[in-house]
Design a protein around this ligand. Structure first.
Ligand code: C5P
Length: 217
C-alpha cells in the first residue's frame, strides 16, 4: 500500500465466531477506528420492536433504518440473542441494507481522530461494503462452540440446558437466514483469510491476525 494511505480491515463471519473480540483487539493494536456493523442492524431491529412493531414489516424497518444515528449504537440492550434475531430479519431486506451502506462506507473512508485507518466487522464488509479493503479476514467456528460462547455471555454459569438449546437453535436459524438471503449474504470474500476459532484461544487468533495484517501494511 502507498505511504500515507489509510488502511481498511474487513472482518466478516457468523455470530459469536470471535470476530468482534478480534476486531476490538486489532483496532487497539493498529490504532484503528472500529465499527461493529452488526449494531446498525441490531439498532434497527431494536427500534422497531421497542415501538411495538414487527421486524418483518419492511415499512416499519425502513422508517427505523432511516433514523439510525451513531448514538443508537451504544444502547446496551442491543447485545441479546433476541435482538440478534430481529437484526437478521431486517438485514435480509435489500432496502434496509441500502440505507446502511452509506453510513458504513463513510465511516471506512473517514477514520475519526488521528486513527491510522478503520476496521469494520460484519457479514458483507469484504464482499460488498469495502471490496477494496487492505486486509480481509473471515472468522468462523463450529456452531456448537459459538452457541456455548453466547450462552455463557448471556446466562453465565447459571444457564439451563433449555436456554443453551434455544441459543443453539437461534444461531442456526440466523446463520441460515444470513447465508441464504439474496441481498449481500454472509460469505467469505475470495481474497479473505479464513480463521477458524473453534479450537484456538483468542490470544493465538490475535497473534496470527497481527502477523497477517502486518504483512499487508
Ligand atoms: O454481528 P451481529 O451478530 O451483531 O449481527 C446481527 C445480525 O445483523 C446478523 O445476524 C446479520 O443478519 C446482520 N448483519 C448483516 N450484515 C452486517 C452485520 C450484521 O447482515 N454487516
Amino acid at each position: 500500500m502507498l505511504a500515507g494511505e489509510k488502511i481498511i480491515i474487513a472482518v466478516d463471519g457468523p455470530a459469536a465466531s470471535g470476530k468482534g473480540t478480534l476486531a476490538r483487539k486489532l483496532a487497539v493494536h493498529f490504532n484503528l477506528a472500529l465499527l461493529d456493523t452488526g449494531k446498525l442492524y441490531r439498532a434497527v431491529g431494536w427500534n422497531v420492536l421497542s415501538a411495538g412493531g414487527n421486524p418483518e414489516n419492511e415499512n416499519a424497518a425502513l422508517e427505523a433504518a432511516q433514523k439510525i444515528a451513531k448514538a443508537d449504537l451504544t444502547n446496551p440492550e442491543l447485545r441479546s440473542e433476541s435482538i440478534g434475531a430481529a437484526a437478521s430479519k431486517v438485514a435480509s431486506m435489500p432496502a434496509i441494507r441500502q440505507v446502511l451502506v452509506d453510513f458504513q462506507r463513510h465511516f471506512a473512508a473517514n477514520p475519526p481522530g488521528d486513527k491510522f485507518g478503520t476496521i469494520l466487522d460484519g457479514r458483507d464488509i469484504g464482499t460488498v461494503i469495502c471490496p477494496e479493503a487492505t486486509v480481509k479476514l473471515f472468522v468462523t467456528a463450529d456452531v456448537k462452540t459459538r452457541a456455548k460462547r453466547r450462552f455463557i455471555e448471556e446466562f453465565g454459569e447459571k444457564g439451563t440446558e433449555e436456554q443453551y438449546i434455544s441459543i443453539l437453535n437461534d444461531l442456526k436459524t440466523r446463520d441460515e437466514r444470513d447465508i441464504n438471503r439474496s441481498a449481500s449474504p454472509l460469505k467469505q470474500a475470495e481474497n479473505a483469510y479464513l480463521i477458524d476459532t473453534s479450537d484456538s484461544d483468542i490470544e493465538a487468533v490475535f497473534e496470527a491476525a497481527v502477523k497477517l495484517v502486518s504483512s499487508k501494511t
